[in-house]
Design a protein around this ligand. Sequence first.
Ligand SMILES: [Zn+2]
Length: 296
Amino acid sequence: MKQRTIKNPIELVGIGLHSGNPVRMSLKPAKEDYGIVFVREDLGVAIPITPENVVDTRLATVIGKEGAIISTIEHFLSAAIAMGIDNLEVGIDGDEAPVMDGSAASFCLLFEEAGIVEQNKAKKAIVITKPIEIRDGNKFVRLLPAKSSEIMFEIKFEHPAIREQKYLFQFTRENYVKEIARARTFGFLKEVNYLRSIGKGIGGSLENAVVLDEKRVLNPEGLRFADEFVRHKILDAIGDMAFLGAPFLGRYESFAGSHHLNHLLAKALLADKEAYKIVESESEKELDREMEKAFA
Ligand SMILES: [Zn+2]
């Protein structure tokens, strides 16, 4: 299996979740082994996707370099990984990615519209060879060795519309588009009001997030899936694991994980040379088959 980029440059305009300002995002094809690199086009600063460039994980995953930041990139990255993109330049003319409808569905469509092309070099993957776990009380995220690529996520909220949700996602592009891409980000009215009071979440609305009050979902159209919440956590986890630099072959598990724990997990894995190996898909037949299944 080969590395991939997009066939044609493409642009998209949306609004930033926190600023509420319009943002333009442009995707350009990139050469082999380039990886995914964001560029603040208004400032001329390139920010590669590495754990060292993560500057904040409280409300979203934020990258930064030389004083330039780009916020809320996890949904876009999730779509890029799921669509099998290895090399891409992503230009943005502001400090956050467009929020679209709060899910990754628009980004998947964007990649389809741009077209996806195979390049000459073999695709790389990160094979997990030793369990790595990050814990915070009863919350955890971990990566385990496994033959295929899968994600098991569990959440528990004392809220009648959420309660306990558990989901096992088998990584394939088809499954992602069908089961995960459309799951929207969610938040509680209390938090929304607080965010607004500190000048954040200005662009947030029922058009781009599921919002809950004490008892129920406020969006008039309701949920896209009964367990949309846990599906969105999987969407986020895939985006946050993009910081490994290549898609992983193994099993990711979490109870109540967050961007912050995901960031610590990616850092911890890359710091432990015994916990992973980087392989090229064409080095072993069996591996190539697994990668074809998960990332083709
Ligand atoms: Zn999210």
